[in-house]
Design a protein around this ligand. Sequence first.
Ligand code: PMP
Ligand code: GLN
Length: 392
Amino acid sequence: LNRRLAEFGTTIFAEMSALAASTGAINLGQGFPDTDGPEEVREAAVRALRDGRGNQYPPGPGVPELRTAIADHQLRRYGIALDPDREVLVTAGATEAIAAALLALVEPGDEVIALEPYYDSYAACIAMAGGTRVPVTLRPRTEEGERRFVLDLDELRAAVTPRTRLILLNTPHNPTGTVLTRAELTAVAELACERDLLVVTDEVYEHLVFDGEHVPLATLEGMRERTLTIGSAGKTFSFTGWKVGWATGAPELVAAVRSAKQFLTYVASGPFQYAVAEALRLPDAYTDGMRDDLRAKRDLLSEGLAAAGFAVYRPAGTYFVTTDIRPLGAELSHGGDGFAFCRALPERCGVVAIPNAVFYDHRDAGAPFVRFAFCKRESVLEEAVSRLKALA
Ligand code: PMP
Ligand code: GLN
């Protein structure tokens, strides 16, 4: 393994899902729903397979039906007008969009600012592109009795140097559940314009917002031409295995990403692309229903974790809740070491979670935080809560 990748080892999601499988524990680690997406969307995939649509290489940028559906969806939901031919690229999940964007836009030695904790593929892809990651840490704060992780705009501003190429943003944010406000995003936009930076914004949880609203960065003044937005059908429609994602934005940015993408996978997910095109045309009631269902699950798990003794950062968005394990006491929380805590948890009470420290360069800052996923059936969450309560 070369030096660029040596530090990354095995992704925590594979490690923790394997631990869940080998111990039979409830897997609240890796974020995937335990209920598949809508029947009619599955039927659409079957129809595409049967009718021979997408069984052979589809067009490199994605099938026109899907590119048009992505453009229509952004227009309908956010008022963003996109040319499906020049401003939309279909990728093998958001993961490939992130990789292709960084490989296409970053020169060796360029600095890339990422919010810390950051989704693990960001760090590996910045490294593969030869860039230098510059983490800006979201700070844990308690305001009016509610805990949340907050972006310190002064820290973000101070992180920009003449070598900064782009900001890699993520809202709603995995793993903290923070949803950046319009005011925060406006400040990010102003900074990007002032310092002439590109922004790659990962908005895969765009429809999973429980408090406040999702504001697409590309809708803010001056951002249309410098923003590449990344989306995914995996989260919105509960088909994480289909690996259908996309990148949208200004034609020059999308063309650059397409250049890298064609040599990574060329194309992927043929028949599923047609099915996702139909999914994107479902009425808003579908995403509203999904959001309301997940909000109830967020509350169930957050309250259960609090009752079990964790300090809970109730998320405004995503399907993850971050907790601080230190209130459990030094012994139960392994002295606030989330790694040791998560490795021992399946044995102790039959639950798997993710140590947020893997998403930090400043490991000490992330050490006491542990993430639980709540995209699971209510009965599963209830069982997990009762097991966690028995910890003490
Ligand atoms: N970005 C974030 C923030 C994620 O949480 C995930 C996956 N959970 C991805 C990207 C990857 O999405 P996909 O499965 O579409 O590749
Ligand atoms: N994005 C999912 C998570 O955060 C995991 C995806 C993966 O396994 N790469 O849990």
